[in-house]
Every structure is written in C-alpha cells, then in structure tokens.
Design a protein around this ligand. Structure first.
Ligand SMILES: NC(=O)C1=CN([C@@H]2O[C@H](COP(=O)(O)OP(=O)(O)OC[C@H]3O[C@@H](n4cnc5c(N)ncnc54)[C@H](O)[C@@H]3O)[C@@H](O)[C@H]2O)[C@H](O)CC1
Ligand SMILES: [K+]
Length: 503
C-alpha cells in the first residue's frame, strides 16, 4: 500500500534513502528525471516543441535533468530559467553545469517574462515543487499567469504544480497542469477537489524509494492502487452455488425515484451477488419487475411508503443490505429507516437519503455498527458534520466521524476518501470526470453491498468496491466520454473483473 506522507518528511526520507543505498542525491534526482522521461515518451512525439521552465531548487534541478535526457532522446527542447538571482540548490547547480552546450537555455528576466512570445506544444513546469513555502509573487507569479493563459499547449507539472503547497490548501495562484507527474507518492494536497483544476490527471512515477523507507513517516494515509485490490478479492470454488455469492437486499425507492434502487440492485448483480432483492413501496413493484427480471421485489403494503412489519421476520436471510437510494426524506421514510437500522444488525451500506435522515437525528451512534458503511458525497457529508472550510478539514472530520461512530465513512468524489475507525484513510486512484453523473453513487452502493454480501470483510468490501467502481467508470467512458451515464458504469463492471484478472 503506497503511503501518502507529508511534504516536510521528504527531505529526511531522501537522506535516509540515499544513505542506506550509498547513492548521491544527484543520482536520486536522475532517477526522478528518468522516471518522468519514461512516462513522457509514451505521451509525446519527438517533433513536439517542449519548453521546460526551471526554478532554482531541486524541482528546477529535476527539470534541467529532464531537459538533458529528453534532448538526448531527440526531443526539440528549450530550457527557461526562472527565479533570477535566488540561491540555487547544489543539485540544481550541478544539473545546470551538465546541460549540453547545444541545448538552448534562456535566463528569463522580468522583462522577458512580460514580453516573450512562446511557440510551444508542451510546457513542463519545474519551477517550484514541494519546497514552496509562501504564495507566489514576482517572476514566478507572472510566469505562472502567462503559462496558464497560453492557448493550445499541453501543460505538465513535475512533482506538483508550481505554487501548490504539498499538505495545505492553495493561497493565491498556481500552475494549471493538464497532467501532474508526481514522484514516488501522491502529495496530500493533490487529493483535494479544490486543487483539481491545477493538478489535472495524476500520474505517480516510481523513483525507487521502497515502502520500507516511507513507513517510518506514515500518517496512516494510503493511495489505493490496483495491486492493493486484486489480492483482496475472494476466490470461489467451481462448486459454488448462488447462495454462496450472497443474498443482498436493496432498500429505497419512492414514487418517481425508483431508478436509483434499480441501479443499485443491478450493480450488485453485476458485481457478483447470487441473489438480489429490492424492498420498495408498492408503487415500485411493476417497474422493478419489468425492468430487471433477475431480481425479486418485496413491497410494503403502502403504495407510497416503505414499511417494515411485512418483511421483519425475513430480514435475517440477507447477508448484506444497501439502504437509502431514492428513499426520500419524509417523516414516514424516517420512521422506517430508524426502525430498519435497529432491526437489521448485519452489514449495511447507508447512502443518499438514508444519510440525510440520519443527519437530522441526534444520537445516530446507536444505529451504526462496525460493519456499516456510510457513503456520502460532499453535501451529504456536510449535513452530517456541518459545513467545512475546505477539503482538508473535511478529511479530518471524516476520520473523526468514523472513529467516533465506529463505522466506515466513504467520502465520495475525485480520489474518494475511505476512513476507517482504526484511524486509517485510503484515497482512491481510479475514476474520472465522466463519472460525475446522476446514479453513479447508487451503483457504488450496489457494488459495496454486493461484496459485503459475498462475505468480504468490511475493509476489503469497501476498498474493492470503491476501486472497482472507478475502474468500471474509466472503462465505460473510453468510448462515451462525457456521454457516460450510470447504467454504462454498471455494464462495465464485468469488464473491470477482466481488467483486474479476477474471475
Ligand atoms: N524524494 C523525492 O520526492 C525527490 C524530489 N525531488 C524534487 O525536489 C523537489 C523539492 O525540492 P526543494 O529544493 O526542496 O524545493 P523547490 O524546488 O520546490 O524550491 C524551493 C526553493 O524555492 C524557494 N521558495 C519557496 N516558495 C517560494 C515562492 N513562493 N517564491 C519563490 N521562491 C520560493 C525556497 O526558499 C527554496 O529556495 C520536489 O518537489 C521534487 O521535484 C528531488 O529530485 C529528489 C527526490
Ligand atoms: K513543479
């Protein structure tokens, strides 16, 4: 599991690593530059005009080494040196000295920054990295504003966009990257939605520092990747029958909002549940049976409202429950929900309106257990805990909530953050902007419920569910882009197993 450590710890991390390996800091910078170039070669052509904007610290040193390596590979490179007379770091100086004579390198005066015209296809930002310690001003600020405004260029940030602090929220301006190639581990602030427009697509480049070195700086924050998920999947024997894959119950729906529960149910089947049942008000029975013949439907006696007594006796037959999608927040829905949560003690995913209802109730702890998973998006989350100043505070409150209530909290969004009562937080690496579409959350509810029902422990169920939901979204959007809708994500769930090599 890849650690997300603080920017402040990186200096010590580097020192420990190079001491143990008996290499120089210059060698580590060369590794970083090489890792960047390996990625770059897969993305850009030799005839692209590449401008590399280098500062005076080690981020600038990376940029210079990148320039030298790309130039040797035959790329059309120009180096721009930004930062005037500021003190140059030792490795940055060494890389300035190593620049081949024929590789053009221009020192940018304030006047150049104001007036120079650029003819570039790719802008590589290596002005400032995680050493940034104040808002941008002067030459750096003017350069960033100018580069952000250039039309028709691809913008790539080295390690972190210039101006973004690694652990805090941005104050002032920063470079707006289309892609950020970050070294070794994603910096904490790259996970904040406020920074999405600056970070662009995130790529993590391995520069060879093993987890062993990172672990001593652990902050119990992890970046969830493919390799962490595959081994968490259960294997089923060829003699398995449908009961072995779990019976799940999806509870919710109301007049005009029956699609949400239908999507959750279909997602649970596509994730592998043996049997899926929906519990809905009776106005939903025909809709669900006609649109999803693979499920069973239980209904309350009421046309409009969910009720429990009718099914109370049969609840223990279900291995897991997903509750909330489309349920509404009426007083009737509230009575039903609270009664249901007190009755069914098995693992549950609590989503959407079920969260909104819990948010207006005091003492919600009594309704939540260690196998329960809440899946709010940001607005639902703030109904639970109050308005937050920024995402950093939201992440702190998510962890506090999980610890205080002993349940799992999945804060949805780009880099969905999963908080566990043991104090750990996991940030998801899959998914993209095309998943911001109505019903995507219902699909996630169905997927996590399915894994819980299949007998996955709660940690594995949530990590697999969140990662694979994002992966299915990526697969679905390959040929649909902004036309991707939630049912496309459901259809892509089987392919996500294929991609992971899980049968
Ligand atoms: N293990 C790794 O991840 C490695 C990362 N590397 C790269 O090194 C940078 C961090 O380098 P550092 O020298 O510490 O910091 P910067 O290059 O970001 O620059 C610091 C420099 O800038 C001054 N400064 C700070 N804020 C401002 C500002 N707003 N305006 C002007 N100047 C500012 C500060 O005082 C310093 O003088 C990391 O991001 C990676 O890119 C290495 O390659 C090795 C391995
Ligand atoms: K940078």
């Amino acid at each position: 599991m890849l650690e997300i450590i603080s920017g402040a710890a990186v200096k010590k991390l580097d020192t420990d690593f190079i001491a143990e390996k008996g290499i120089t800091s210059h060698r580590l910078m060369e590794n970083a530059a090489q890792a960047f170039c390996d990625w770059f070669e897969g993305e850009y052509h030799r005839n692209d005009k590449v401008g590399i904007f280098c500062g005076h610290g080690n981020n600038g040193g990376d940029g210079l080494a990148i320039g030298r390596l790309l130039w040797r590979k035959g790329y059309d490179v120009i180096i721009f040196l930004v930062g005037g007379d500021a003190k140059v770091s030792a490795d940055c100086r060494l890389n300035r000295e190593l620049l081949p004579d024929k590789l053009p390198a221009i020192s940018m005066s304030s006047d150049d920054i104001a007036h120079m015209e650029f003819d570039l296809n790719v802008v590589v930002d290596a002005m400032l990295g995680i050493g940034v310690n104040r808002p941008l001003a002067g030459d750096f600020l003017n350069m960033v504003i100018k580069l952000n405004a250039l039309p028709n260029v691809n913008r790539v940030a080295v390690d972190i966009p210039t101006g973004l602090p690694s652990d805090e929220c941005l104050e002032g301006e920063a470079f707006k990257a289309d892609v950020t190639v970050t070294f070794q581990y994603p910096k904490f602030s790259l996970m904040f939605p406020e920074h999405a427009a600056f970070v662009g697509i995130l790529h993590v480049a391995n520069i060879g520092i093993g987890n062993k070195f990172m672990r001593q700086f652990s902050q119990n924050r992890y970046y969830l990747q493919r390799k962490d998920v595959v081994s968490r999947h259960l294997n089923f024997s060829r003699f398995a029958h449908k009961g072995d894959f779990g019976r799940v119950l999806l509870v919710g729906g109301s007049y005009g909002s029956m699609g949400a529960i239908r999507m959750a149910a279909e997602a649970s089947l596509r994730t592998g549940s043996g049997l899926a049942t929906c519990l809905v008000p009776s106005c939903g029975v025909d809709i669900l049976q006609a649109s999803l013949p693979e499920i069973q439907v239980f209904s309350s006696s009421s046309e409009k409202y969910l009720s429990l007594p009718y099914v109370k006796e049969g609840l223990e037959r279900f291995d897991a429950v997903g509750i909330g999608p489309g349920m509404g927040t009426t007083a009737e829905a509230e009575d039903f929900l609270l009664d249901f949560l007190m009755t069914f003690k098995g693992p549950k995913v609590i989503d959407a309106d079920a969260i909104n209802i819990l948010a207006r109730n005091k003492g919600i702890q009594q309704y939540l257990g260690r196998e329960d998973v809440l899946t709010p998006h940001i607005k639902e989350f703030e109904r639970l805990v109050g308005i937050c100043e920024n995402h950093k505070q939201r992440l702190e409150k998510a962890l506090e909530f999980s610890k205080a209530h002993g349940c799992v909290l999945v804060l949805k969004g780009a880099h969905t953050c999963i908080s566990f009562p043991d104090g750990t937080q996991y940030f998801n690496s899959t998914g993209n902007k095309h998943m911001a579409t109505g019903g995507a959350g219902d699909v996630l509810t169905g997927m996590i419920t399915s894994f819980l029902g299949q007998g996955y422990g709660v940690k594995n169920a949530v990590l697999c569910g969140v990662y694979q939901h994002g992966l299915a979204g990526e697969i679905a959007s390959v040929d649909k882009k902004r036309g991707t809708i939630a049912t496309d994500i459901i259809k892509a769930i089987p392919k996500s197993y294929v991609t992971l090599g899980v049968d």
